[in-house]
Design a protein around this ligand. Structure first.
Ligand code: DMJ
Length: 458
């Protein structure tokens, strides 16, 4: 089923569901109450972690939750956590926290700083957030901040190929970092594209789309991309191909840019890319579906490594209409999670062993459970969510918030809590349990940082 026709199908199913709802048995009502209680519990945990940020790191990028100290990525604050977290507060109805956070951002977010920032990370965490906040709270100051930030990041696209440099100085526009990966070159179009739609200035869309197209144009004869590319020469510098970190959202944005903007080139790039991904990267082991690592030119298998970042792919498959692979892959992701009650960063699915034991409080597997629940109404995905939420509380909660794990086997904690814990992990848990009452899934496309972009910008 194509994504569009699957949406139409689901809309029809909605009418049927309304009739069903009217005749729900008491046990279903009870499960509805449990669901509300779970959504409320996510909100309480959000407040717990937010309280820690407020008390020990207010005005800084992030909180180190074990030492209870603030942390700024570039030595000077860009308010990464508050900006990334604000739309989650609005979705959860945390009005007072949202009001204070808005004030903090408008009073103290300063962008004219003499620092080199990652074009990719700042686009995801700041630009995407500012635009999504603006769609929820149309205060023109949010759009002005987004436009200012977009203009400061634009020099990144000034390479001879149009593939972006990795870092840009927010004050001077100087650039550095000549070997971006496809995630860095191809995960910009939703944010920059939306900036164009909302400001009426097409230059942002054009630059980000060119970066995506230039990456795609350099795919191998068998249709795959590598792990890094020189943005000045256009030559691949690492030819390993996979769907994990450093490539992941390159695929996600082709599909989403088509669905959000109706961009036919993106549709064509997605349709040309998903076949080779399934042909060469998919790997069935003991009946389970995984996606591994191959050489981009020959398709020869290089490794059987999968990890917490790869767990975004079931959600993308759902959006692309491939329910069978989405469900099979989510089952593998969940098996990876339950082995140690929390997923490792990297896992060898053929050797059945942990390769990198950290857990960064990542959201991807929860995001996929949310998409699958939305598409199937199958309670197993909410049960997965409940189990994962319980393990998170058990192993990662600490006095000042939530802490990453140094090792999922020993559950030793690590002194970090990334902004995406608020922006994505807790948001997706909340949406999985509260679902349509909190946000109409079909009216938005989520950025890779879980910022919902409304489709009605036109
Ligand atoms: C987020 O910053 C984004 O989801 C990105 O696409 C990948 N990694 C993190 C969360 O794990």
């Amino acid at each position: 089923m194509t994504p569009i026709s699957s949406f139409v199908f689901r809309r029809r199913m909605l009418f049927a569901a309304v009739f069903l709802l009217l005749s729900l048995p008491v046990s279903s009502q009870a499960s509805g109450a449990r669901r509300d209680a779970l959504a409320d519990s996510v909100k309480q945990e959000f407040l717990h972690a937010w309280q820690g940020y407020k008390q020990y790191a207010w005005g800084h990028d992030a909180l180190k939750p074990l030492s209870k100290t603030p942390y700024d990525w570039y030595g000077q604050p860009l308010l990464l956590t508050p900006v990334d977290a604000l739309d989650a507060m609005l979705i959860m109805g945390l009005k007072e926290e949202a009001r204070e956070t808005k004030q903090l951002i408008l009073d103290s977010l300063r962008l004219d700083r003499d620092i080199y920032v990652s074009n990719f990370e700042i686009t995801l965490r700041l630009l995407g957030s500012l635009l999504s906040i603006y769609q929820m709270d149309p205060d023109p100051r949010f759009l002005r901040l987004a436009e200012d930030l977009g203009n400061r990041l634009m020099p990144a696209f000034g390479s001879p190929t149009g593939l972006p440099y990795q870092a840009v100085n927010l004050k001077t526009g100087a650039v550095k970092g000549t070997t971006p990966n496809p995630a860095e070159t191809g995960t910009l179009l939703i944010e920059f594209g939306m900036l164009s739609k909302l400001t009426g200035n097409p230059k942002y869309y054009a630059a980000a789309k060119r970066a995506l197209v230039e990456t795609y144009k350099r795919r191998s004869k068998i249709g795959l991309v590598g792990t890094s590319i020189n943005c000045e020469t256009g030559e691949w510098t690492d030819t390993r191909s996979h769907i994990g970190g450093m490539i992941d959202s390159y695929y996600e944005y082709m599909l989403k840019a088509w669905l959000l903007f109706g961009d036919e080139d993106c549709k064509q790039m997605w349709q040309e890319s998903i076949g080779p991904v399934n042909t060469y990267l998919a790997d069935t082991v003991k009946g389970g579906l995984w996606y591994g690592v191959v050489d981009m030119h020959t398709g020869e298998r290089r490794a059987s490594i999968f990890g917490s970042l790869d767990a975004f792919f079931p959600a993308v498959l759902v959006l692309g209409g491939d329910m069978a692979r989405a469900q099979a892959l989510q089952a593998s992701c969940y098996a990876m999670w339950t082995q140690h009650d929390i997923e490792p960063e990297r896992y060898d699915y053929r050797k059945d062993s942990v390769v990198n034991a950290r857990y960064y409080l990542r959201p991807e597997i929860i995001e996929s459970a949310y998409y699958l629940y939305h598409a199937t109404d199958d309670e197993q995905y909410r049960m997965m969510g409940r189990t994962m939420f319980e393990s998170l509380k058990k192993f990662c909660r600490c006095e000042a918030g939530y802490a990453e794990l140094q090792d999922v086997r020993t559950k030793e904690k690590r002194d970090a809590m990334e902004s995406f814990f608020f922006a994505e992990t807790l948001k997706y848990f909340y949406l999985l349990f509260a679902e349509d009452s909190a946000l109409d899934f079909d009216s938005v496309i989520f950025t890779t940082e879980a910022h919902p972009m409304r489709k009605t910008f036109r």
